[in-house]
Design a protein around this ligand. Structure first.
Ligand SMILES: [Zn+2]
Length: 195
């Protein structure tokens, strides 16, 4: 079966994938996609500049100079498993309005913001702007803790025991709440917490 589904983005990608490791001036790619899009869909390809710029922001293309981009397959497969570039971070922060997507706190609250991989890198999550989200330091930490729930539970048990030694009631209460939540959801029941 032939998949005829074509998008403007997939057409641009097709061109670069067929022309790897070459500095390609804007005009060459634009002329090709406009003609090819017309041929395949009968429609006019509008705003091809924007579509190309988006691929550069996504890290699919390397910007060589103004209007000149390059596709490097080796770099691409490596880079996707790495961190967000500063351009991508800026794009994600602007898109999310410089606010944590969970609690809505942001710069005006004096909150430290992080760019998080929605699908984690160790599960093949890539450094694309679609896979990035703005989180405050607290929610970024919580997400990591939930992802590594065993480490999280052990950590709170240690913290709880430390709080008991110190007689720090506020910290005991905090740890108790969290550890009871683990129990309520039956998460990591094999790690024993003695109240
Ligand atoms: Zn938050």
């Amino acid at each position: 079966m032939i998949n005829n589904k074509i998008t403007q983005e997939s057409l641009i990608k097709e061109f670069y994938i067929n022309n790897p490791n070459r500095d390609i001036p804007h005009k060459e790619i634009v002329d090709w996609v406009v003609e090819e899009w017309k041929k395949r869909t009968g429609e006019v390809f509008r705003d091809s500049d924007r579509a190309i710029r988006k691929l550069s922001q996504n890290g699919f293309l390397i910007k060589i100079s103004k209007g000149v981009y390059k596709y490097d397959p080796t770099l691409q497969s490596q880079r996707l498993l790495e961190d967000f570039t500063s351009n991508q971070k800026k794009f994600i922060l602007e898109r999310d309005g410089y606010k944590c997507v969970i609690c809505g706190r942001g710069r005006e609250n004096g909150i430290e913001l992080h760019i998080d991989h929605i699908k984690p890198k160790e599960f093949g999550g890539q450094a694309t702007v679609e896979n990035g989200q703005t989180l405050c330091a607290q929610h970024n930490f919580q997400k990591k803790t939930l992802k590594q729930t065993e480490t999280g539970k052990k950590m709170f048990i240690r913290l709880y025991e430390l709080a008991k030694i110190e007689g720090n009631q506020e910290l005991i209460k905090f740890c108790t709440d969290i550890l009871e939540t683990f129990e309520m959801h039956n998460i990591n029941g094999h790690i024993e917490w003695r109240k």
